[in-house]
Design a protein around this ligand. Structure first.
Ligand SMILES: Nc1nc2c(ncn2[C@@H]2O[C@H](COP(=O)(O)OP(=O)(O)OP(=O)(O)O)[C@@H](O)[C@H]2O)c(=O)[nH]1
Ligand SMILES: [Mg+2]
Length: 203
């Protein structure tokens, strides 16, 4: 009986941790998205004022509890061309990828798709689910989610059978982030036969 109860308590004090990379070109809105996600899921969190966010050179890490038993550790990397060569150092550990696209910058959409094509073709990301966020939907005249999908469909062969979804969001207003993150959390759980989570005591 004691063993049963202590096992139950231990289970209740554990969470499954999934590591998710936030990637995309510089200025796509990755760090803004991370800050907004932290605010949405941690009501007491005031966060960094949006106008104080500057280009990422190192790495921003944040723990977010999306569902009761599931915790996502986000790794937000810098998107500048010189920093993209560091992305693949994290692929082996990643359970998922959030790829952020600046929908208000049609001039760089092709460049964004090319960087995406390279990452989906990397064997260390095989079977890893990908959430593509068509960000900055609050901006007038931005590309619609359908237009972003048309461009990213060119990577269809490399995406293969893995779970991949394109969702419209605004990191500034927060619109669309919750449904997108909930899809991601469910998909990470469904994909755990390929990339099992790390079970950890709650801290
Ligand atoms: N209008 C609007 N602006 C946004 C949105 N998301 C980000 N921005 C702006 O885009 C700029 C770049 O945002 P960051 O979050 O620093 O972009 P990043 O992708 O982290 O850039 P790097 O760290 O250089 O890779 C900032 O001025 C943000 O305020 C959005 O949803 N709507
Ligand atoms: Mg950044």
């Amino acid at each position: 009986m004691y063993a049963l109860l202590s096992g139950l308590v231990k289970y209740m004090l554990q969470k499954d941790e999934y590591y998710v990379l936030i990637l995309g070109l510089d200025n796509a809105g990755k760090t803004t998205l991370l800050e907004r996600t932290k605010q949405l899921y941690n009501p007491g969190y005031a966060g960094i004022p949006m106008n104080k966010i500057t280009t990422t050179v190192g790495l921003n890490v944040a723990k977010v509890d999306i569902a009761d038993k599931n915790r996502i550790i986000f790794w937000d990397l810098g998107g500048q061309t010189s920093l993209q060569s560091l992305w693949n150092k994290y692929y082996e550990e990643a359970h998922g990828v959030v790829y952020v696209v600046d929908s208000s910058d049609p001039d760089r959409i092709r460049q964004s798709q090319e960087a995406f094509d390279q990452l989906v073709g990397d064997s260390n990301l095989e079977n890893v689910p990908i959430l593509v966020l068509a960000n900055k939907q609050d901006r007038d005249g931005c590309l619609s989610v359908v237009q972003v999908k048309e461009v990213f469909n060119q990577s269809a062969r490399r995406i293969g059978p893995r779970a991949c979804k394109v969702e419209p969001v605004s990191a500034v207003t927060g619109e669309g982030i919750r449904p997108a993150m909930e899809w991601l959390a469910q998909t990470l759980v469904r994909n755990s036969k390929h990339r099992p989570p790390k079970r950890r005591d709650i801290s």
